[in-house]
Design a protein around this ligand. Structure first.
Ligand SMILES: O=C(CO)[C@@H](O)[C@H](O)COP(=O)(O)O
Length: 223
């Protein structure tokens, strides 16, 4: 089983009134990356935060900032999210007319480029952009909210995408409904990065966050 599994807590489930503290706490608890869910109330039916908030969080940790843009259009904002301190910028395949152009723009900004697929989006959209990708994010819930139920059909989709990736150096990330029950399903299918929001930010303390992260790691036999 994967020993290099990464856990990327989504701050969407954290206490927004003390975001800097929450980021430091979850890093102390063992987070590998920080997952930043940007929502615009247009592409998804919820609104979160923009590049200014990310820039304010940047000094709180040197962990990878994994920015997931659930916004459309995305292209006008890529530079702002790069300047804010994102390390990875992920756009949705459905968020613009020219996915290839968006991915090139992210890499030209010196950042890693990711693409996210909604549950109903077929993996075939990846076929001609694989060589422009550093990360593929498989949505295992419909994007917009934390705390939703994992969609089981995404396990087979994850397995198929892992086969498409082959030996390319592309991270395969899962987002939505990740718990100690669902994590092994996607890890066995080939995922190496798990986003978890409500399953991590439970309990309100570093100790509880650590226990929650360790429970996910233990469920897939990772350390
Ligand atoms: O992008 C999203 C939701 O749109 C996710 O990152 C959620 O924030 C994950 O939350 P949980 O399902 O783990 O509670």
């Amino acid at each position: 089983m994967s020993k290099d599994l990464k856990i990327a807590p989504s701050i969407l489930a954290s206490d927004f009134s003390k975001l800097g503290q929450e980021v430091r706490d979850v890093v102390d608890a063992g987070a590998d990356w920080i997952h930043l869910d940007v929502m615009d109330g247009h592409f998804v039916p919820n609104i979160t935060f923009g590049p200014d908030v990310i820039a304010k969080l940047r000094p709180h940790t040197d962990k990878v900032f994994d920015t997931h843009l659930m916004i459309a259009p995305c292209d006008p904002y890529l530079e702002a999210f790069a300047k804010a301190g994102s390390d990875i910028i992920t756009v949705h395949a459905e968020a613009g007319p020219h996915l290839d152009r968006s991915l090139q723009a992210i890499r030209n900004l010196g950042k890693k480029a990711g693409v996210s697929l909604n549950p109903s989006t077929p993996e075939s959209v990846l076929e001609y952009v694989l060589d422009r990708l550093d990360l593929i994010l498989v949505m295992t819930v419909n994007p917009g909210f934390g705390g939703q139920k994992f969609i089981d059909a995404m396990v087979e989709k994850t397995r198929r995408i892992k086969q498409m990736i082959g030996d390319r150096p592309i991270d395969l990330e899962i987002d939505g409904g990740v718990t100690p029950e669902t994590a092994p399903l996607v890890a066995n299918a080939g995922a190496n990065v798990l986003v978890a929001g409500s399953a991590v930010f439970k309990g309100g303390s570093v100790e509880s966050y650590r226990g929650n992260i360790e429970a996910i790691r233990a469920s897939v036999g990772s350390n």
